[in-house]
Every structure is written in structure tokens, then in C-alpha cells.
Design a protein around this ligand. Structure first.
Ligand code: FEO
Length: 170
């Protein structure tokens, strides 16, 4: 049985993972309508991965005797100044998610909830990979410069890390 404190913070993470998925969908939609089909493809795939994270938390809470709450999600922005600005925002968001996961890990240690601590290890590893992947993209964006977006857009799908969300197994 999950302690209330742990259940509450995991429910908070459901909202954050759900928002992550919607945020990347909004970004994908922006990219798609601005002729950036490669960037859109990367973001659509990222949105799918975030949905997997969202589902993992839902299933985990319910399996441990808690109650997952499906939240209302705030609407993400619809406009981005450019590809570099967009990926800077992705990185900032992923750093926020990493801090959020680390906070839950800290709570599970305080509460001696070693099952949840163990469940979270997948997310700890995933966040390292996701941040590294976005940093690599930002390096590439800076390298090619604003005038070479055609080439960058064509190549971005080769920059995906193989890890990703995978199937929902908890
Ligand atoms: Fe599920 Fe990228 O945070």
C-alpha cells in the first residue's frame, strides 16, 4: 500500500508527464505547420514516449493500492520563435522533469518506500538519456545555423536515442 505522501507526489508526476506529452504535441504541430517535418516527427515520437511515462505512473499507483487521478492539463503555447528556441524550451522542461523525479526519489528514501524507489530508477536513467539527446540536438542546431534548417530537419530523426519509452510494463 502506498503512503499518502508518496501517492500524492506520484499523482503530481502524472500531471507533469501528461503535460510533457501535450507540450511536445503542441511543438510538433507548430513544426509541422512550418515546413519542418523532421522536427515534427521527432517531437511526435517524444510525445508518444511521454504518454508512456504518464501511463507508467497511472498503472504503478493503482497496482500499489493507491488511486491514480487523471488531471486536467493546461494548454501549452502555440508559437515558437524558431527551432533553437524550441529545443532550448524542451531542455528546460526536461531539466524540470528530472528535478521532479529526483524529488520523488528523495521522498521515497525519507519514507523508506523501497518499492517506489525501485520503480523510479527507470525514470532516473530515462531522464539522463533524454537530457543528453536534447543537448546533442541543440549542439547540432548551433552548428548548422539558422540558414541550414533544411539539412537539420532532414537529419534530426537520426539523432533519436534508441531508449525511449517502450511498452508500458510496470
Ligand atoms: Fe517523461 Fe521526459 O519526462
Amino acid at each position: 500500500m502506498l503512503k499518502k505522501k508518496v501517492e500524492d507526489i506520484c499523482n503530481r508526476q502524472i500531471e507533469r508527464e501528461g503535460y510533457s506529452s501535450n507540450l511536445y504535441l503542441a511543438m510538433a504541430s507548430w513544426a509541422e505547420t512550418n515546413g519542418l517535418s523532421g522536427v515534427a516527427g521527432w517531437l511526435y515520437a517524444q510525445a508518444d514516449e511521454e504518454r508512456v511515462h504518464f501511463l507508467k505512473f497511472i498503472k504503478y499507483i493503482n497496482e500499489r493500492g493507491g488511486k491514480a487521478v487523471i488531471p486536467a492539463l493546461k494548454q501549452p503555447g502555440t508559437d515558437y520563435k524558431g527551432v533553437e528556441e524550441l529545443f532550448k524550451e524542451v531542455l528546460k522542461h526536461e531539466e524540470f522533469i528530472t528535478a521532479s523525479i529526483n524529488e520523488i526519489v528523495g521522498l521515497t528514501l525519507e519514507e523508506k518506500d523501497f518499492n517506489t524507489h525501485n520503480f523510479l530508477q527507470w525514470f532516473v536513467t530515462e531522464q539522463v538519456e533524454e537530457e543528453a539527446s536534447v543537448r546533442a540536438i541543440l549542439d547540432k542546431v548551433k552548428l548548422v545555423g539558422k540558414n541550414n534548417m533544411y539539412q537539420f530537419d532532414r537529419d534530426i530523426l537520426t539523432l533519436r536515442t534508441p531508449a525511449g519509452g517502450g511498452t508500458v510494463t510496470t
